[in-house]
Design a protein. Structure first.
Length: 511
């Protein structure tokens, strides 16, 4: 197989927010995984678990979504602000978490974390059991510059200046746990909430810095997802448009049909099911993007008589990741181990998001710590980085780069996937090569421009694709920089430089 890396085939800029993360009050994602409290025996920095915090500092996630997920629909932000000793205690039933919630990690703890990491916060409001007034006051607490009561309360709680939270999700999975709504019921609710958002400007003509995200479809349901988007945009076109900037589709790579399959025990068929499953997202997001354009076109039909007509809404994938069957019964809730099978699908998902950067603006891996497609697992005092963490680290250089369209020829071997980007100044190329074969090595030819030279090679692979990192063997599966000659077996000059690259089975590689 031959792959051509041609820097002139530009797709567009890779928004760093395609590398977003999602954290929720679910299982041990936040409590224990991220937040242990200042009095904990576990090493911490102002209550944030040190191991997790250090890992996230190195990762620099550009976007962090919180507090859910489903949990957002039971979350009352006031329970989690002010002196910790006075905060409420509630019971967390979310996905069978079944734990008391002392609300010691609340809005200020979340937003301070985002500041430490340089991440853009995305807050999902409580649309199901909360009120418009509650949402408005939360926004005021986060963003009001003028010295109102609620802004002064924020200052008393330690943050005088506004946090400037831009991204606000209005409803979560409203077709299921978020209210089992129809698109038109949701549209009515959405209009009430979104149109009540404060604008945070004192110039009536200036655009608001607030960014409203509407709930998109269940990406896992083929007929429903199509009908949802058509009906949603039809309802949107029916009357004046409320503020709407983003449309949030969720897609999980469900692996629930094979009883014998667990996150760490699988055969080649189980491996292939999961690899193929993650790739479905590419067609889904392209179809959805097309449906959105059709929906927006309805607004511009002559019989729709409105002064101002919306002409753009961003497509967002607010939750994605592998969801293995055992996660349903796991304790802590939704926890699953991570092997090279998950690392390969994480790489392929990032590839397809980046390749569609002209259609998708933001995306969040679900979830960052101890839940589903984790980057970090914690076990008592131990903090373990999973192979997924290494994939995200290997892909960091794609952020803000220009995605390239990579054609391939003689694709006899369909299981080797390539993605490439070039830096904004055009001086560097980053090429990923993922060998999605569970057991076979692969060799491919990569043609790079004649003037280019390979400076660095990194490999993420395991001796056995079932291997995973545990407390006892926390570095069993780690990305390694290798001598270029270990990966590039031969170089020949033609119209470009032809590299013969050899890839170990079940591996994620970058050049
Ligand atoms: O990520 C776990 C859950 O999956 C989220 O709470 C919900 O939005 C989705 O169904």
């Amino acid at each position: 197989m031959t792959t051509f890396i041609d820097p002139s085939r530009e797709i567009g800029r890779i928004d760093p927010k395609l590398h977003g993360q999602f954290i929720e009050f679910l299982g041990e994602c936040i409590d224990e995984g991220l937040w242990v409290g200042e009095d904990s025996q576990i090493e911490n920095e102002q209550g944030y678990r040190k191991g997790t915090l250090d890992a996230l500092r190195a990762l620099e996630p550009p976007l962090l979504r919180w507090p859910g997920g489903c949990y957002a629909d039971t979350y009352h932000w006031r329970d989690g602000v002010g002196p910790r000793s006075e905060r409420k205690t509630t019971f967390n039933e979310n996905f069978a978490t079944y734990e008391l919630d002392d609300h010691s990690f609340g809005t200020d703890e979340f937003l301070r974390l985002c500041e430490m990491l340089g991440a853009e916060p995305w807050i999902n409001i409580n649309m199901l059991s909360g009120t418009v007034a509650e949402m408005k006051e939360w926004m005021e607490y986060c963003n009001r510059e003028q010295p109102t009561d609620v802004a002064l309360e924020r200052a008393r709680n330690g943050h005088e200046s506004p946090y400037g939270v831009k991204y606000w999700g209005i409803g979560n999975e409203v077709w299921a746990g978020g209210g089992t709504m129809t698109p038109s019921t949701y549209m009515d609710e959405y209009r009430r909430f979104a149109s009540a958002m404060p604008k945070f400007t004192t110039d009536v003509f200036a655009p608001s810095p607030m960014y409203a995200i509407a709930c998109g479809p269940d990406g896992n349901k083929p007929r429903e997802r199509e009908a949802w988007t058509q009906d949603f945009f039809r309802a949107l076109a029916e009357y004046r448009q409320p503020p709407i900037n983003g449309y949030d589709l969720h897609f999980y790579n469900w692996n629930v049909d094979n009883d014998a399959d667990t996150p760490t025990e699988f055969d080649e068929a189980g491996w292939n099911t999961v690899i193929d499953g993650c790739l479905e997202l590419e067609d889904i997001l392209r179809d959805q993007w097309r449906l959105m354009q059709d929906g927006l076109a309805l607004i511009h039909e002559p019989e729709v008589a409105m002064d101002t007509k919306l002409d753009h809404v961003d497509l967002i994938i607010g939750e994605w990741g592998n969801w293995h069957k055992t996660a349903f019964f796991a304790r802590p809730a939704l926890r699953q181990q991570v092997t090279m099978r998950d690392a390969v699908t994480t790489a392929l998902t990032l590839d397809l998001l980046q390749r569609n950067c002209d259609k998708v603006s933001m995306a969040c891996n679900a979830q960052t710590i101890n839940v589903l497609n984790s980057l970090v697992l914690t076990e008592g005092g131990a903090t373990i980085l999973t192979p997924n963490y290494d994939v995200f680290m290997m892909y960091k250089a794609h952020r803000d780069a220009v995605a390239l369209d990579v054609p391939r020829q003689d694709a006899a071997d369909e299981s080797v996937y390539t993605f490439a980007s070039k830096s904004q100044d055009g001086k560097e190329l980053l090429v990923n090569l993922t060998n999605a074969h569970m057991n076979s090595a692969a060799e491919i030819t990569v043609v790079i421009p004649a003037a280019a030279r390979v400076e660095e090679a990194t490999v993420l692979a395991a001796a056995d694709p079932h291997d995973c990192n545990t407390e006892e063997r926390s570095d069993l599966v780690r990305a390694r920089t290798v001598p270029v000659a270990d990966m590039v077996k031969a170089t020949a000059a033609g119209s470009g430089t032809e590299l013969v690259v050899s890839l170990t089975p079940a591996s994620v590689n970058t050049l």
